[in-house]
Write a protein that binds this ligand. Structure first.
Ligand SMILES: NC(=O)c1ccc[n+]([C@@H]2O[C@H](COP(=O)([O-])OP(=O)(O)OC[C@H]3O[C@@H](n4cnc5c(N)ncnc54)[C@H](O)[C@@H]3O)[C@@H](O)[C@H]2O)c1
Ligand SMILES: O=C(O)[C@H](O)CO
Length: 319
């Protein structure tokens, strides 16, 4: 008999067929709308595949046969790792396969915020571009040859450093839990304290995972330490930043602009003041969302899932 698994995120038929070769798939792409049926399937499931769902004690109690939880994301702040370990449940994520795509998104945010792309796009589309052209007040700032500070020099951080160093002649500073010698050698990235990074960087990009140590890592104090001309970019998790402090820093012109792929609450409320600020470029958490990369993430998740339920070694285990 094939082991039962629950897939709670929309997947291509190709990936679902791959899983079906060795598992009985219970597919809930819109699990919130059919939560009762989803919970019933979870009761019998040995494996789960998807992203974002918080597996707390209450939910895990509904899944007594679970052997493995596979995230189709590199971030795993939805998982309570000590609790999973305690219950003998394995877990996997999707590191590496999304580095290039997310680094591309971050470069796009940096360029869009610095060169005011979304603001000027609206200017043109709403008929603001007249015979008189545009004013100097609409000039942006350069990205090339500036200093980029990366907080969290892991897989995505290093891939961003590569683009910034080779493509934009940027000077790279970074702060991380430990030294990343490979990035130091390859991209001339200089390790420094958080405060030094904040004071010297023209672009500050946060790329740490969300953990109890990184929640609100960037707050009032950190924004005050940044240059007034700094562009702040968050493509990690919204809760790594104190969003209220970011709003206040932008309102007080303590920083120049921001590029945000993630928010404290997602989807963010339409009343969020950040959405009214022309110097803030916003995206709906689509850092890794290209067709090619989402396919790779789903396939890697599926391979972890089938390995896990059949007692084989996970390809990309979290622990
Ligand atoms: N916006 C998106 O769509 C998107 C896509 C992928 C990843 N992410 C987020 O980006 C995060 C990073 O992804 P990654 O693949 O580069 O992970 P990674 O594990 O390779 O890198 C994270 C780095 O952060 C460092 N770090 C952890 N805690 C720290 C702390 N307190 N201070 C300083 N450094 C710290 C780690 O040492 C590591 O080098 C993910 O956890 C995820 O939350 C977002
Ligand atoms: O962590 C990740 O991989 C991204 O946020 C996509 O969910």
């Amino acid at each position: 008999m094939k082991p039962k698994v629950v897939v709670y995120k929309r997947m291509s038929e190709k990936v679902l067929d791959y899983i079906r070769e060795s598992c009985e798939v219970h597919y809930f792409p819109g699990y919130k709308e059919e939560y009762e049926a989803f919970l019933a399937a979870l009761k019998e499931a040995e494996g789960v595949l998807g992203s974002g769902l918080k597996f707390d004690e209450v939910l895990l109690d509904q899944a007594p046969k679970l052997k493995v939880i596979c995230n189709t994301s590199v971030g795993y702040d939805n998982l309570n790792i000590p609790l999973l370990k305690e219950r003998g449940i394995l877990a996997s994520n999707t590191p590496g396969v999304l580095n290039d795509t997310v680094a591309d998104t971050i470069m796009a945010l940096m360029l869009a915020a610095a060169r005011r792309i979304t603001e000027l796009d609206q200017f043109v589309k709403t008929g603001g571009w007249s015979e008189n052209g545009f004013s100097q007040q609409q000039f942006g700032i350069d990205v090339h040859h500036k200093t980029l500070g990366i907080i969290g020099m892991g897989g995505i951080g290093a891939t961003l450093a590569k683009r910034a160093h080779f493509g934009f002649d940027m000077n790279i500073l970074y702060h991380n839990r430990s030294r990343n010698k490979a990035a130091e050698t390859a991209y001339h990235a200089a390790y420094c304290t958080m405060d030094e990074l904040l004071a010297k960087s023209d672009f500050v990009c946060v790329l740490t995972p969300l953990t109890s140590q990184t929640e609100k890592l960037i707050g009032k104090r950190e924004f005050e330490k940044m240059k007034q001309t700094a562009v702040f970019v968050n493509a990690a998790r919204g809760k790594v930043v104190d969003e209220k402090a970011l709003i206040e820093a932008l309102q007080a012109n303590e920083v120049l602009a921001a590029g945000l792929d993630v928010f404290e609450k997602e989807p963010t409320d339409r009343s969020n003041p950040l959405l009214k600020m022309p110097n803030v470029v916003t995206l709906p958490h689509i850092g890794s969302a290209t067709a090619e990369t989402r396919m790779k993430m789903a396939q890697l998740g599926a391979e972890n899932l089938t390995a896990g339920v059949h007692g084989k070694k996970l390809l990309t285990p979290i622990y």
